[in-house]
Design a protein around this ligand. Structure first.
Ligand SMILES: C[S@@+](CC[C@H](N)C(=O)[O-])C[C@H]1O[C@@H](n2cnc3c(N)ncnc32)[C@H](O)[C@@H]1O
Length: 228
């Protein structure tokens, strides 16, 4: 059951308890325990990624939003679908590794389908070239979802469809962000997709580590898969 009133100090303790070198299974245990308090805590953290990603997709998306099928990878409790719904999108499929997060997403009532998958060690359990838009928000970072998943996101997307990704830009994630950007550009050079927008955001979310103060930065990447 969620605690009635949470403080920034509670949120810091939770996030810092999740070491970046924990195994993927440990990480899912962490999210299972956090699920009840997740939305309250990320509001305290001023976590803006779901809104920023949904807004970037809506700004770049060309097509019929009501009938677009959206795959929300690492969907958590469903904050991304919730924002996309306010922007006219209606059809959502969610994937996450945490059963407790999926339960929260189910209770939200927005997803037509919710699937459990350990990204990075299991194949993305969705058909290829099916989704008009695929998003992964708040999960591509050091110690979470690995870069090997990017190719699967691309495969799941319809030709002409969109892939929207986010990552943090703080010191501990800098190496991951550089590698992500290298891969995105390499795929563009190979003709697999084209960048629609890259948005660097200074006030991404409040810093929790002792080495950082104020807000940490982050980025939203929107790519369009090459049409056949
Ligand atoms: C910070 S939350 C973001 C959730 C949601 N996208 C949002 O922005 O609110 C990260 C999510 O990624 C999921 N996740 C992290 N690593 C994962 C992995 N390797 N496989 C599947 N899910 C993973 C967690 O269970 C959690 O729900």
């Amino acid at each position: 059951m969620a605690k009635a009133v949470r403080s920034f100090s509670d949120v810091k303790d939770v996030i810092l308890s999740c070491h970046k070198d924990a195994t993927p299974e440990d990480k899912m245990g962490f999210y299972d325990k956090w699920a009840d308090n997740y939305e309250q805590d990320v509001a305290i953290l001023d976590y803006r990624a779901p809104g920023l990603a949904a807004d970037a997709l809506a700004a770049g998306f060309q097509g019929d939003r009501e009938n677009a099928v959206v795959l929300d990878v690492a969907c958590g409790t469903g904050l991304v679908a919730s924002r996309l719904q306010t922007l006219g999108f209606r059809r959502f499929v969610g994937v996450d590794g945490s059963e407790a997060m999926l339960r929260q997403a189910r209770d939200r009532g927005l997803y037509q389908e919710l699937l459990q998958c350990m990204l990075g060690s299991e194949e993305l359990p969705v058909p290829v070239e099916t989704y008009n838009a695929v998003l992964i928000v708040g999960a591509l970072s050091v110690g979470q979802v690995p870069l090997t998943v990017i190719k699967d996101l691309w495969k799941a997307t319809k030709p002409g469809g969109y892939v929207c990704m986010t990552t943090r830009g703080n010191t501990s994630n800098k190496g991951f962000k550089d590698q992500l950007e290298c891969l995105l550009k390499k795929m563009e050079t190979e003709g697999l997709w084209t960048a629609v927008s890259v948005t660097e955001v200074q006030a991404w979310e409040r810093a929790v580590s002792d080495e950082e103060a104020g807000y940490i930065p982050g980025a939203v990447y929107l790519y369009r898969k090459t049409a056949l």
